[in-house]
Write a protein that binds this ligand. Sequence first.
Ligand SMILES: [Zn+2]
Ligand SMILES: [Zn+2]
Length: 246
Amino acid sequence: MQYHLDTIPVWEAMEQNTACPLCALYRRVEAAEIERSLGGSVMEPDARIRVNEKGICARHHAQLFAMQNRLGHALLADSHTKELLKKLEGLEKKAASCEKRGLFGGGDSLEWVVRELDALCRSCVVCDDIQVHMERYFYTFVHLWKSDAAFREKWQASQGVCLPHAAELLARAQKHLVGSARREFAASLLSLVKANLTQDEKDLEWFTLKFDYRNQQKPWGNSRDALERTVNRLRGLCVGGGDGQG
Ligand SMILES: [Zn+2]
Ligand SMILES: [Zn+2]
């Protein structure tokens, strides 16, 4: 596989000093992909075939719906549904014949029908397209850490990343770094994540203690947004300001 570097967006995300630069990049790419999904390009045959085949996940349907382009969204959903109905018809036939075989041969013949039906509502063309961009950013991130002293310095002074993105970065370190560089990257990543999560948890505990009337007059400190911060660090940006959900 050929890897491409894309240093400018990764540097820009680092400069934002957010809790996770990769969550920031994800949100940026996601917004662009949603916009593009409703643009003219999606009517091109290649794009259309992919949408028809894969469909769109619940999260991205919700975002498309929020774009208030009912016609564009309906066209996407309609051609995918037509395709899906054909597959459903096939499944129906197979399930019926399975049952006959099941009567004579026993066995849990519906299991694979469950699997196929499940697969029909799991794939997402938007998620796939985002993943292509994210793959490039993960690779670039590890590359910058390895080759750019300024980036490494910025990283050391940063808030690290969320846990899901820490796992993604570690997987890329395993793939693209060797020996001491790999160990050093893993150590710096895990210590940054731990240090920041430790701080989040302290603030979160104080947030809960502030509900005790005896602490009412004491200062909030940094605990006002501790719930959002902790949740976003544990599972990736999903609540509070900047979560893109309104
Ligand atoms: Zn993240
Ligand atoms: Zn999706």
